[in-house]
Design a protein around this ligand. Structure first.
Ligand code: PNS
Length: 159
């Protein structure tokens, strides 16, 4: 059975992330969305909130689970017997960082392949940072994030 990990910060999950997760769920038998915790940058949403939002957003995907991991992605992927790590590419500008990460992970764990999936053009500009910026200044993020995330952003940024 093939298992893919879709790792990320997901602070918060966007429709672009969801697009990648859905594509991965069609390619692999099982997909685990893994939220990176204990990172240096302090996220807007707590680990629990990020896992919760993803769990709600992925509820319609029967072969997708959500969890968290800390430490090295390669160590985590190996420990769960992952076949692949799936990362989304929006534009050429993503490529350099993603290539570096893929080579690093291959060096650390040669058995786990990195698979790049192209985001739909509709979300090629979208990131969690852009979403937070829009929400912070009262703009609409409708259609950019799942509905439950929209509500949480409102509660968090404009109480
Ligand atoms: O959503 P992001 O911030 O682009 O996700 C990046 C993430 C969390 C996948 C990456 O930073 C990561 O894998 N962190 C875990 C630490 C690690 O394994 N670092 C070495 C790979 S460069």
């Amino acid at each position: 059975m093939s298992l893919a990990i879709v790792p990320g910060s997901f602070d918060p999950v966007t429709c672009g992330h969801l697009d990648i997760i859905e594509r991965a769920s069609r390619l692999f038998d099982h997909v685990t969305v893994a939220v990176a915790v204990n990172r240096r940058k302090s996220p807007l949403f707590s680990d629990d909130e990020r896992v919760q939002m993803l769990t709600e957003a992925c509820a319609h995907l029967s072969n997708v689970g959500v969890t968290r991991f800390s430490g090295l992605l390669a160590t985590y992927a190996q420990s769960v017997g992952a076949t692949a790590v799936v990362r989304g590419l929006r534009a050429v500008s993503d490529f350099e960082y993603e290539l570096q990460m893929a080579h690093t992970n291959r060096r650390l764990c040669p058995d786990v392949e990195t698979v790049f999936v192209m985001t739909t053009t509709e979300y090629s500009f979208l990131s969690s940072s852009i979403v937070k910026e829009i929400a912070r200044f009262g703009g609409s993020v409708e259609g950019l994030v799942p509905e439950s995330v929209r509500q949480r952003l409102r509660d968090k940024l404009r109480p």
